[in-house]
Write a protein that binds this ligand. Structure first.
Ligand code: RVP
Length: 501
């Protein structure tokens, strides 16, 4: 007969934390959110630590090099998506490793023949009003001019006018040499010439970087950034259980700091074969996470197979329909609690601590705090990061509201790379993810700071100054469906429901 778990499985929204005693030292500035990313032995330290317990999901709609740089600046790590060619993925990794703080690649590029109408559409998509005009319309083409919103008047000009008619031409631009200018020189030029942006070009006038005035304060304030011993940002990359023999060396050559096998179901021989191959071929210094699993048995399997961290969660992702289509999964909170117990037991038995990552299903900021309290060492988030300026997807405006696109790796849109396909007849394949929109939310930095300030504040209410202490001290309670209603505002009429006359 089948095995039945005795308890129903629950998700984050069904739990609350009960405050504990907090001393006068328990104030948010004293809270450290540092956490281990990869396994370590008792008495030793994890070789890779992150300064905030957040990683961004291994997804086309979430983790490219721009996201990775923005998140590393704040103290977390991105895993660059693997559902692309090996060359493209390695290129993204190397862009993060070669990134010079403050020097950005142009993401809004137009040709001299681009019309004003097209420029306004692009501005809506990216949210950026400064555009480089290059001969071929690429980020590294020959720079022929710049268009900013000060160059056109929508009310007075025809939408058919082209960039070359109204751009500031190269001859009138202040620019600098990409090979010899450092950030502080660039910032001085911006200041002396009252510029908003300084383009840096090579000796053939090809655009290499832009330095923005608005980034100046950003560049000064990255207390939490995670860097390697050469002061380069840390970056992770997703891999699969099929082409690892070619993909892994390419990613390592590009400078990836940590890898993660990306699969919706990790309790499989394919994962142990992959882990064994990588550790035998490249040594134990190459760190590889594995997953996903949702119970103690799955954890134990991947731990013994050599995983450096283990991801937890099946079917809880916001764009995930695995539970509906295949009937597999487990409430995310119960899965985390169960796997955290298995991790602690494994640690007591072997003296090896394997961090676990709660992956998917974070809806409210406090869900992250709950995941930590339940034993997660860090979280992986998709929807959360997809809403920000730094995610790789288009920003669109529908009925006056700005939205960003967000699609699952198991959706048809992403599945050319067939992460969820087990082989066989293509016609019989089915989707495990959806293509959707999420509300646009602005910059990663602002949002992450706000989410983390809530996390620090809750930890203080529970008398904890570190994640470890929080896990030991937390008291959690399941709540009834009636008390969940009580948790939101209730029995009042919200003012924003009335429009002002
Ligand atoms: P969320 O943060 O709730 O958006 O969930 C993101 C997670 O969902 C990913 O890290 C991954 O584990 C899972 N995912 C990604 N694509 C799909 C799918 O298409 N079913 N699921």
């Amino acid at each position: 007969m089948a095995y039945f778990f005795e308890e129903p499985s629950h998700t984050f929204g069904e739990y609350l934390l009960v405050p504990g005693y907090s001393s006068d030292r328990c104030i948010p500035v004293n809270v450290s959110l540092q956490t281990p990313l990869v396994k370590f032995k008792k008495g030793e330290e994890s070789k890779i630590k992150i300064n905030i317990p957040m990683t961004s999901a291994i997804m086309q709609a979430v983790s490219d090099d721009t996201m990775a740089i923005a998140l590393a600046k704040e103290g977390g790590v991105s895993f660059i998506f693997g559902s692309q060619s090996i060359e493209q993925q390695a290129e993204m990794v190397s862009r993060v490793k070669n990134y010079k703080s403050g020097f950005v690649s142009s993401d809004s590029n137009i040709k001299p023949t681009t019309t004003l109408g097209e420029i306004l559409e692009l501005k809506d998509e990216t949210g950026h009003s400064t555009m480089a005009v290059t001969d071929d319309g690429t980020a590294t083409g020959k720079l022929v001019g710049i268009v900013t919103s000060r160059d056109y008047r929508i009310t007075r000009m025809s939408m058919d006018q082209t960039a070359e008619e109204f751009m500031t031409p190269f001859a009138k631009l202040v620019y600098a040499d990409a090979d010899t200018t450092n950030l502080s020189q660039a910032n001085d030029m911006i200041w002396d010439n009252k510029l908003n942006m300084l383009p840096l070009v090579d000796k053939n006038q090809r655009l290499r970087y832009m330095v923005f005035r608005k980034d100046y304060t950003d560049n000064k304030q990255n207390r939490n950034e995670v860097i390697d011993n050469k002061k380069r940002y840390l970056v992770g990359a997703g891999i699969n259980t099929r082409d690892y023999a070619e993909r892994v060396p390419a990613l390592l050559n590009a400078g990836a700091d940590v890898l993660c096998i990306d699969s919706s179901e990790g309790f499989s021989e394919w994962q142990s074969i992959t882990l064994k191959y990588i550790h035998e071929e490249f040594g134990d210094d190459v760190k590889v996470g594995a997953g996903n699993v949702v119970d103690a048995e799955g954890f134990r399997f991947l731990a013994e197979a050599g995983a450096d961290f283990i991801k937890v969660g099946i079917g809880g992702g916001s764009i995930c329909i695995t539970r509906e289509t295949k009937g597999i999964g487990r409430g995310q909170a119960t899965a985390v609690i169960d796997v955290a117990k298995a991790r602690d037991e494994y640690y007591r038995e072997t003296g090896v601590y394997i961090p676990i990552c709660s992956d998917g299903g974070i809806v409210h900021d406090y869900h992250m705090t709950l995941a930590l309290a339940m034993g997660a060492d860090f979280m992986m988030l998709g929807r959360y990061f997809s809403r920000f300026d730094e995610s790789p997807t288009n920003r669109v405006r529908i009925n006056g509201t700005y939205l960003k696109e967000y699609w699952g790796e198991g959706s048809n849109r992403a599945r050319n790379w067939q992460r969820y396909d087990m082989g066989g007849d293509k016609k019989l394949s089915f989707e495990e993810g959806v293509d959707s929109y999420v509300p646009y939310a602005g910059s990663l930095k602002d949002n992450v700071e706000l989410s983390l300030s809530k996390m620090r504040s809750t930890m203080c209410n529970c008398g904890a100054l570190t994640i470890k202490e929080f896990q030991q001290k937390s008291k959690l309670t399941l709540v009834s469906s009636t008390s969940i209603v009580e948790g939101g505002s209730h029995d009042v009429i919200l003012k924003d429901k009335f429009s002002h006359e």
